[in-house]
Design a binder for this molecule. Structure first.
Ligand code: ZN
Length: 410
């Protein structure tokens, strides 16, 4: 029995099991390939009390985030989302040299740098030493720490409170989510706004994004469950949008309870969720079966292609690629290599399946017949980048919602 990490309810119920999996971002060096690789059960569970979908096993965050090999600036969709968001916030709020914009999990400063360019003071907070150093180099002051209640109290004590606080794609990842929300509540100025982006569990279910389920991704929010969490810490949802980033996310605007009238979008989305039954475990029925079918179809397709003498490589050494390969059992027998344009990943090996990660130039150098798009949420972007590969006859396999072979855009 596992209790809910959100509300503390005694028992959450498992809705999908993906077996024992390695840590999705724990890429291996060549000398680690023969060593024992740590694996943990990967299960999605649901809390009937607060409607929060979550992972049952948590790995110590120190193992997950220190030297976390993720730099936002390598993903065009993430950086353009950041720029659009900053422009929008600057339109909504009067910010100036006296304001302070904070970001929790500020990564390499991909978002805050846009405020810096506009002359607005910022503070990034990120636990990963290497990315914080990159942020500092880009002119974004960054506190190397796990944001939570204590860090927030310290900042508040120093008189540093946020007029705007961003938390993008982080609330899904923090084990002590109550500590983070309580921290946001403490550090936010009385008339401040917190803008939180997190993957939407409805997109996960509708679009079969099972490969976004991994150990670092502990929570899968609906507006219903998120509102319940905020409410326990004196924060209120004042506006909400659905945005396409990370396969489909919620962008939630939160303010201290009772300070701002909520936009109609909030009640509208809550009503939609009620209608869909997102507060009930039955909402997840059928999802597990569809995941199993997809895995089998993908393996059958790849085995048939390889049996015909075709050569297959993959694109995208991100966490979701690890999950997809390991959940389906796709390894070096069908995939020659995984291409990724993050130089920090090149030369390493995919966790569990041990397929080598190479730079994107390997695609046109080695010309595999098929390129399996593990980063299928960026499929259009990757296919556009790989126009030379497509022009030379290379084909793409988009794995989700069902494995499909596509010719690239000419
Ligand atoms: Zn709960």
């Amino acid at each position: 029995m596992t209790s809910c990490r959100g509300c503390g309810h005694a028992a959450v119920q498992t809705v999908l099991s993906l077996g024992e999996q390695p840590l999705a971002n724990a890429l291996l060096r060549e000398d680690q390939l023969d060593g024992a690789e740590q694996r943990y059960p990967l299960e999605l569970a649901f809390c009937v009390a607060c409607a929060l979908a979550q992972i049952t096993v948590s790995v110590p965050p120190e193992q997950l985030f220190t030297d976390y090999p993720y730099f936002s600036s390598y993903a065009d969709a993430v950086t353009s989302n950041a720029e659009t968001l900053v422009r929008r916030v600057m339109g909504l709020r009067r910010l100036g040299a006296d304001s302070l914009v904070m970001e929790v999990a500020s990564n390499d400063g991909y978002l805050l740098k846009h405020y810096v360019e506009a002359g607005i003071p910022v503070l990034g907070i990120d636990p990963a030493r290497n990315v914080a150093a990159d942020a500092e180099a880009a002119g974004v002051p960054t506190l190397t720490a796990f944001f939570g209640h204590d860090v927030a109290e310290q900042l508040r004590h120093e008189g540093r409170r946020a007029d705007v606080l961003h938390a993008n794609n982080v609330l899904a990842h923090v084990p002590d989510v109550n500590g983070v929300i309580s921290g946001i509540s403490r550090v936010l100025a009385d008339d401040g706004v917190a803008i939180v982006e997190t993957p939407y569990v409805r997109d996960l279910v509708d679009k079969l994004e099972f490969d976004t389920i991994y150990h670092e991704h502990l929570f899968y929010y609906s507006l219903t469950s998120f509102r319940s969490l905020l409410d326990r810490h004196g924060l209120e949802v004042v506006d909400v949008e659905r945005i396409p980033i990370h396969g489909g996310s919620l962008r939630v605007y939160a303010a201290p309870s009772g300070t701002v009238a909520a936009a109609p979008a909030v009640d509208d989305l809550l009503a939609e969720e009620r209608e869909l039954g997102m507060g009930q475990i039955t909402y997840f029925e059928g999802f597990a079966g569809r995941v199993k079918d997809l895995s089998r179809e993908l393996v059958d397709m790849l085995e048939a292609l390889v049996a015909d003498g075709a050569r297959v490589a993959a694109y995208g050494a991100a966490a979701k690629g690890t999950v997809l390969l390991n959940a389906a059992g796709v390894d070096g027998r069908s995939i020659e290599f995984v291409a990724d344009r993050n130089p920090h990943k090149q030369g390493l090996y995919m966790p569990g399946v041990h397929v080598p990660v190479l730079g994107p130039e390997a695609i046109t150098d080695r010309m595999p017949d098929y390129l399996l798009l593990l980063a299928w949420n960026f499929a259009e972007e990757v296919m556009a980048q790989q126009s030379e590969y497509a022009a030379r006859g290379g084909r793409f396999i988009v794995p989700v919602p069902e494995p499909t072979i596509v010719r690239g855009t000419p």
